[in-house]
Design a protein around this ligand. Structure first.
Ligand code: IPT
Length: 981
C-alpha cells in the first residue's frame, strides 16, 4: 500500500497516541482531533476544508493556531531571497506568512499590470507552499503599510471618484486590480491544494466614519468581487482596534455566512502593561468575543516593532535599534502570551521581516529602511527576538490543546504582583497558565501545583502547562515552558525552556517508578505517588532520560536555556520528525533511506546532533557527509564541529567618476519636448489657484521622484513666490536664466509634526536687479517630491498635490508658459517606483553599461558648494564564496552639517535616499541577487545639494552587515543596462 504523506502522518499520530483512528476519519467526522500538528501544508493538489469556529481555524477539521509573520515581497526585490526569509520563518516555528500586495508596485498605468521578475507573486506563493507555510493574503486595494499613497498607484491619485468608497469611478479601477491579483491567487488556494493561501483580507483598517452606506456598499462590493473571482477561503477585515467594526453581518456578504472573520489590529505601547481586549472563547467577561462571538480571536496585525521617521533622535526618529530594544524578546513573551491568553488563535506579527522601502516606495513618514525592529532584521539576519517566537511557535505545533482554550477558575496564592491567566482545554483537560510580571523587579512566587517556587523576571512572562501529552507520557506540570515534543526512533523527546540560571521543576505522571539517568547538566529527581519530579537549573542543555515507569517508550527530557533552545530545530518530514541541535539555522531536512540530508547555516563553528526516525545512520550537512557517532541520548553526533563562516572581504570603492547635471536650469536648454502645463482642473484635493494653470506633477503623468518646471516669461519682476507641496523632506530649488535663486527645504519634522504636516510652503526669492529688465526669461525649478500621503482615514489624502502648486511674480504680472518634465516611462524591469525625473535618470546615468568614459575621475571625500545635482559612478567586483550568504550594505558618512542628499543606485536599482544632515539612516542594504556577489557591480550616486554648505559625499564604503555559511542559491536579478533599457 502506498501511503500519501498526509495519511502516513495521520497513522503515525494515531499510533503515537495509542488510539485506533481509521485513516482520515477525524477529518471526515468533522471533529477536531488532538495529537501533534499535521505536517506543514503544501500544494498537494488535494481538497481541503478551511473553516473556523469560535476557538480557532479548522483546516480539514483539525484545529490550527495560525502563528504568522508579516513579510512584504515588495520590500525584498530579489526573489531568491524570499525562500531564505520564508525558511527562516518556518524554522523558527511560524506556520504562516502574511503578505500585502501593493497595487502601486504592480501597476505603472491604468490597465497595465506587471507580475514578473521582482513582482512575481506567483513565485512568492509557490515558494511559501514549498516552504510549508500557510499564507494570509492582503491585496488591499488600500494597504497603508508606510508605502507611497498607502499602496495606491500614482496614476490613481489623479482619477475622479472618492477612493475607498463605493464610488463607481473608483470601483472600476479596484475591480481591474483585484481581477489580476485574484487570477494569480486563485491558483494558490489551499481549498483545492493549489497552494497554501487560507485567508484573504478585504481593504485595510477601514475607517469607522465610513460605516455608513458608502463604506458598507464598498465592503459588500469587495466581498462579492473577490468571491466572483473564485477566492473561496474565508475572508476577513482588520479593524483598526478592537472596535467591533466590520464584524460578520455588518455588511452584505451576498447571503453567505460563516465564511467571513472578524479581525482587529493592535499596536499597544510597549511601556504599559499589555492590554486585555477580553477573552475570545468561552468565559471571560469584557470585550473580546462580544464583538463577534462565532469567530476566533484574530489579530491580523500585532506590533512586533514600529516604523521610524526621518530625522534622528533629536527629531522623531530614534533608529531601528530602538524599536528592537523597546519591543525585545521579553516584550514578545509578555504581549504575545497575553494575546494567546486572551484567546487570540490567529496571530500575525507586523513585521517579522520588514525589509527595505526601496526606490520611491516609502510613504513620506518613513525613510528607506523598513527594518521595523523586527525579529529578522533588514539584512535578513536572525535577531534574539526570534527565540521566543521559536519557542511559542514550536509549542503551538506540538501541543494542539492550545487551540481550544476556555478561561478556568482563578488561581489563588500567587504573588499579587503577577498577572495570571488560567486556561483549560475543555476536551483534554490540559491546563495552562500565562504568568506575567509587569513590574520592574523579579518576582518569586509559590505556584499551587509545584514544589519549587516560580520566578518571573521583571517585565517578562511565561506559560506553564499541566496535563498535556509529551510523547506517550503525560506532563503533570512544569515550571519551565514546554517547547516541543516528538517521537524519534524508539524514544520520545520533550523540550522545555526558560531563562538561563532558572531553577525549574518538571513533573511527569508515571504509573510506577521509572529509571532516570541524568545524561548532562544540573538535575535531580524523585519519584513519589505516581509522579516523577525532575528539578533542574537551566544552563545550556540538561538531558534526563526517563525509562520504564509504565511506558514502553523512553522519554528524553531536554531542558534548554533560551540560547540553546534557539539552536534546536524541529523539521517534519514525510517519514517523521527530525530534531537537530547546534547550527545557527536548519533550513531543510530530508530522509533518503538511512541518510538524513540537512541544509542550513552556521555563523560560528557549531556542534551538530540529530535525532531522527529509526534506521537513520548517516548525516549529510549542506551536501557534505559527516562522520558521526551514536550518543547515549539516542542521537547521532558529528565528530567534528561544523565550520563557521569564512571571512568575507569587501573591496574599497575607488575609481569614481563625476558629472554635473541640471542643464534644465540653463536659459538655453531646449525644453520643446516637455509637456506644457496648461490644465485648468484637477481631481487633486489641493485647490487649483485662481487664474493659474495646474502645476501639480501627477496631473501630467509624473508620479515619482524629482520633477522639473521651466517657466518662460517676458518682463521684469522684483521677486517670485513659489508654492509647493512635497511631503516631509521635500525641497524646491530655483534658477533664473541659469543663476541660482536659492533652495527651500521643508523643515525636519519633529515628533509632533511628522504625521500631521501637509508639507506645503511658499517661498519668495528676490530676483537679482540685473535680471529685472524686460526680456525673455526662464525660471527653472526643481522639486524633490517625497511620496504621496497615505489615505489612512479614507478622505483622499493621497490626492494632495505634489510639486509646484502656484507661482506669483511680485512687481509685475508676466504671462508665463510652464513646461514640466518628470520621470520617463516606467523601467520595464525595475518598475514604476525606480526612478524620478532628474536629467541623469532620464538619460540612464544610473544604469549599468552607461558610457561614462567622458566623465572626470574624482575622489572622496568631496567638499564643493553648488546648488543642483552631481552624479558619481564606479564599478566594483565581489567574489564572495557561493556557499556564503553575506549581507552587504552601502554606508555613507560625512560631517552632519553638510546639506546634501544622495539617491543610491546599484546596478540601476534605486536602493534609497540618504539625507546627510537629517538621517538617521547611514547604511543601505544591497540585497544579493541585485548585488552580484560574484561579479561586477555598478554604483551610481545622484547627489543633490542646496549650495548652502560644502557638499559630499564623504566616506562611501561597503559594509558587511552579517554573514553565514549556507544560505539559499541566489539567482542574479535581471538588471538591464542602457542598451536594453
Ligand atoms: C497599521 C496598518 O494597517 C499597517 O499597514 C501599517 O501602516 C501599520 O499600521 C504601522 O506600521 S495602522 C495602525 C497603526 C493604526
Amino acid at each position: 500500500m502506498v501511503l500519501s504523506r498526509r495519511s502516513f502522518s495521520a497513522l503515525a499520530t494515531a499510533g503515537a497516541l495509542g488510539l485506533s483512528l481509521g485513516s482520515g476519519s477525524a477529518a471526515a467526522a468533522g471533529t477536531a482531533p488532538t495529537g501533534p500538528a499535521p505536517v506543514p501544508p503544501e500544494a498537494d493538489g488535494e481538497r481541503h476544508t478551511i473553516g473556523f469556529d469560535r476557538y480557532s481555524m479548522l483546516i480539514d477539521g483539525r484545529r490550527v493556531v495560525l502563528w504568522s509573520g508579516e513579510v512584504h515581497p515588495f520590500r525584498l526585490p530579489s526573489p531568491s531571497l524570499w525562500r531564505d526569509v520564508l525558511q527562516k520563518l518556518r524554522a523558527h516555528g511560524y506556520n504562516a506568512v502574511s503578505i500585502y500586495v501593493s497595487w502601486n508596485y504592480h501597476s505603472p498605468a491604468p490597465g497595465r499590470y506587471d507580475f514578473t521578475g521582482v513582482r512575481d507573486l506567483d513565485l512568492f506563493l509557490r515558494t511559501a507552499a514549498e516552504t510549508g507555510l500557510y499564507v494570509i493574503l492582503r491585496p488591499g486595494p488600500y494597504i497603508n503599510a508606510e508605502v507611497d499613497a498607502g499602496g495606491f498607484p500614482g496614476w490613481l491619485t489623479v482619477t475622479e471618484g472618492t477612493a475607498r468608497t463605493s464610488d463607481p469611478a473608483y470601483l472600476r479601477h479596484v475591480d481591474e486590480w483585484l481581477t489580476v491579483v485574484d487570477r494569480i491567487v486563485a491558483r494558490h488556494l489551499h481549498t483545492d491544494g493549489g497552494g497554501t493561501v487560507v485567508l484573504y483580507q478585504l481593504e485595510n483598517e477601514y475607517a469607522d466614519h465610513v460605516t455608513g452606506p458608502l463604506g458598507r456598499d464598498y465592503m459588500a462590493h469587495l466581498y462579492a468581487k473577490v468571491r466572483a473571482d473564485g477566492i473561496d477561503v474565508p475572508l476577513f477585515h482588520n479593524d483598526k482596534g478592537r472596535n467591533g467594526h466590520w464584524t460578520p453581518g455588518t455588511f452584505d456578504t451576498g447571503g453567505e455566512s460563516g465564511r467571513y472573520l472578524y479581525g482587529f489590529d493592535g499596536y499597544p505601547s510597549p511601556v504599559k502593561p499589555p492590554p486585555d481586549w477580553g477573552y475570545f472563547g468561552v468565559g471571560g467577561t469584557k470585550g473580546g468575543s462580544t464583538a463577534s462571538p462565532s469567530t476566533p480571536g484574530f489579530m491580523p496585525e500585532f506590533g512586533g516593532g514600529w516604523f521610524d521617521p526621518w530625522g534622528g533622535a533629536e527629531f522623531g526618529g530614534k533608529g531601528y535599534a530602538e524599536s528592537a530594544r523597546t519591543r525585545d524578546a521579553a516584550y514578545e513573551r509578555r504581549f504575545y502570551l497575553t494575546n494567546l491568553a486572551n484567546g487570540i488563535k490567529i496571530h500575525n506579527v507586523y513585521m517579522t521581516f520588514g525589509g527595505t522601502s526601496w526606490g520611491w516606495l516609502p510613504a513620506p513618514v518613513v525613510y528607506t529602511s523598513y527594518d521595523y525592529g523586527a525579529a529578522l532584521d533588514e539584512a535578513r539576519r536572525p535577531t534574539p527576538k526570534l527565540v521566543p517566537m521559536h519557542q511559542i511557535g514550536q509549542l503551538l505545533r506540538s501541543v494542539p490543546d492550545l487551540a481550544k482554550l476556555d478561561r478556568a477558575g482563578p488561581v489563588t496564592g500567587t504573588d499579587p504582583r503577577l498577572t495570571v491567566y488560567p486556561l483549560v482545554n475543555p476536551d483534554t483537560g490540559a491546563r495552562f497558565h500565562v504568568v506575567r510580571n509587569d513590574g520592574t523587579a523579579e518576582v518569586t512566587t509559590p505556584v499551587p501545583f509545584a514544589r519549587l517556587p516560580l520566578t518571573v523576571p521583571a517585565l517578562d512572562a511565561r506559560l506553564l502547562a499541566a496535563g498535556i501529552l509529551v510523547g506517550r507520557r503525560k506532563l503533570a506540570y512544569s515550571t519551565a515552558q514546554p517547547m516541543l515534543w516528538l517521537t524519534a526512533g524508539r524514544q520520545d523527546i520533550a523540550v522545555f525552556t526558560g531563562r538561563s540560571g532558572e531553577h525549574t521543576e518538571t513533573a511527569l505522571e508515571c504509573a510506577s517508578e521509572p529509571t532516570v539517568t541524568v545524561l548532562a547538566g544540573d538535575a535531580a529527581h524523585e519519584y513519589e505517588s505516581g509522579v516523577l519530579r525532575v528539578s533542574a537549573r537551566l544552563g545550556g542543555l540538561t538531558r534526563v532520560l526517563v525509562e520504564g515507569g509504565g511506558s514502553s517508550a523512553p522519554l528524553l527530557l531536554l531542558l534548554a536555556d533560551d540560547e540553546t533552545s534557539g539552536r534546536l530545530w524541529r523539521y517534519d518530514t514525510p517519514s517523521g520528525p527530525v530534531l537537530v541541535r547546534g547550527p545557527a539555522l536548519l533550513r531543510t531536512a530530508a530522509l533518503r533511506g538511512s541518510v538524513v540530508e540537512l541544509t542550513g547555516d552556521t555563523v560560528e563553528a557549531a556542534e551538530l546532533e540529530v535525532w531522527g526516525p529509526r534506521g537513520v545512520s548517516e548525516v549529510h550537512w549542506n551536501q557534505g557527509v559527516l562522520r558521526t557517532r551514536a550518543t547515549a541520548s539516542g542521537s547521532l553526533r558529528a565528530e567534528r564541529l561544523l565550520p563557521g563562516v569564512p571571512d568575507v572581504r569587501l573591496p574599497a570603492l575607488t575609481g569614481w567618476r563625476r558629472c554635473e547635471e541640471n542643464p534644465e536650469s540653463a536659459a538655453g536648454f531646449d525644453d520643446s519636448g516637455w509637456r506644457v502645463a496648461d490644465r485648468t482642473s484637477s481631481h487633486s484635493t489641493t485647490p487649483v489657484p485662481a487664474g493659474q494653470p495646474v502645476l501639480f506633477a501627477d496631473d501630467y503623468g509624473f508620479h515619482y521622484g524629482d520633477v522639473w518646471y521651466r517657466g518662460h516669461f517676458e518682463g521684469a519682476a522684483d521677486s517670485v513666490s513659489l508654492s509647493c507641496v512635497t511631503g516631509t523632506q521635500g525641497l524646491l530649488m530655483a534658477w533664473l536664466d541659469g543663476r541660482p535663486l536659492g533652495t527651500h527645504r521643508m523643515p525636519v519634522p519633529d515628533r509632533k509634526t511628522v504625521r500631521q504636516g501637509t508639507w506645503d510652503a511658499t517661498v519668495t526669492f528676490p530676483l537679482p536687479p540685473a535680471e529685472r529688465s524686460e526680456g525673455p526669461r526662464v525660471l527653472s525649478v526643481l522639486v524633490r517630491r517625497m511620496q504621496h500621503d497615505q489615505d489612512g482615514k479614507a478622505d483622499d489624502t493621497h490626492k494632495a498635490a505634489r510639486g509646484l502648486t502656484a507661482v506669483t511674480f511680485n512687481g509685475a504680472s508676466p504671462e508665463v508658459t510652464w513646461r514640466i518634465q518628470g520621470e520617463t516611462a516606467a523601467d520595464p524591469v525595475r518598475g514604476p517606483l525606480n526612478h524620478g525625473g532628474l536629467h541623469g535618470e532620464r538619460e540612464g546615468w544610473h544604469l549599468p553599461g552607461f558610457a561614462d568614459g567622458g566623465w572626470k575621475a574624482a575622489g572622496f571625500p568631496r567638499a564643493e558648494r553648488r546648488q543642483g545635482v552631481v552624479w558619481y559612478r564606479t564599478e566594483f567586483r565581489l567574489s564572495v564564496d557561493s556557499a556564503v550568504d553575506a549581507s552587504v550594505g552601502l554606508t555613507l558618512t560625512d560631517d552632519p552639517d553638510r546639506a546634501y542628499r544622495v539617491q543610491i543606485f546599484l546596478n540601476g536599482w534605486n536602493m534609497g535616499q540618504y539625507i546627510n544632515d537629517v538621517g538617521p539612516q547611514h547604511t543601505f542594504v544591497l540585497p544579493n541577487g541585485l548585488l552580484r556577489t560574484r561579479g561586477s557591480n555598478t554604483l551610481a550616486l545622484a547627489v543633490l545639494s542646496d549650495g548652502t554648505t560644502p557638499s559630499g559625499p564623504g566616506e562611501v564604503e561597503l559594509t558587511l552587515m552579517g554573514s553565514a555559511a549556507g544560505g539559499v542559491p541566489v539567482s542574479v536579478v535581471d538588471s538591464p543596462g542602457r542598451a536594453a533599457g
